[in-house]
Design a protein around this ligand. Structure first.
Ligand code: GAR
Length: 188
């Protein structure tokens, strides 16, 4: 039996693309669609090239209606992978997919998590604090930002010469390497 997983992305979507490519020959885990909250996000360009349909729902549709849950159910979606998705996941989606929503955060939670802590802001905060290491956290999603139980973490060194940009590069490498493998281990 195969599992159908929806990818949620708000921005560039390089993780979403990496996951779709990784599983392109899998018949166990299928990524049939991408959902975004931003019509102009670059993820839609990637989706076209990958020939995966992508859809945009507004903040209101996400937070004040069952539009997204209804849509996911109509498409027989079994789980959700967040890949740079920046809206908080509302309770109705969490209830509809218990223990079936995971996120990747570009730092070692519980440090550098919470509202406003995404992408470049996280790496800048890590650099400003003079941290000696950063990394990735893959975790289940609950109704508080970045607080669901942790599935996997791994680290990379941060050198005094590193900037937010170079930390981002190191963290992206970890993301590309580990996110698909952890998804495979969990659901594959
Ligand atoms: C990734 O680094 C991801 O960990 C981060 O956004 C980036 C998206 O890059 N997510 C968060 O900060 C969530 N709080 P991408 O669009 O190229 O995959």
């Amino acid at each position: 039996m195969s599992l159908k997983i929806a990818l949620f992305a708000s921005g560039s979507g390089s993780n979403a693309e990496n996951i779709i490519r990784y599983f392109s020959t899998s018949d166990k885990l299928i990524f049939p669609l991408i959902i975004s909250n931003k019509p102009e996000a670059f993820i839609h360009e990637r989706a076209k090239l990958l020939q995966v349909p992508s859809f945009t729902f507004s903040r209101e549709e996400f937070t004040q209606s069952d539009a997204v849950v209804d849509f996911l159910k109509q498409h027989n979606i079994d789980g959700i992978v967040l890949a740079g998705f920046l809206l908080k996941i509302p309770q109705n989606i969490i209830n509809a997919f218990p223990n079936k929503i995971i996120n990747i955060h570009p730092a070692l939670l519980p440090k550098y998590g919470g509202k406003g802590m995404y992408g470049h802001h996280v790496h800048q905060a890590v650099a400003d604090a003079g941290e000696k290491e950063s990394g990735i956290t893959i975790h289940y999603v609950n109704s508080n930002y970045d607080e669901g139980s942790i599935i996997f973490q791994t680290k990379c060194p941060v050198l005094p010469t590193d900037t937010a940009d170079t930390i981002a590069q190191k963290v992206h490498e970890l993301e590309y390497n580990y996110y698909p493998k952890i998804i495979q281990k969990l659901w594959g």
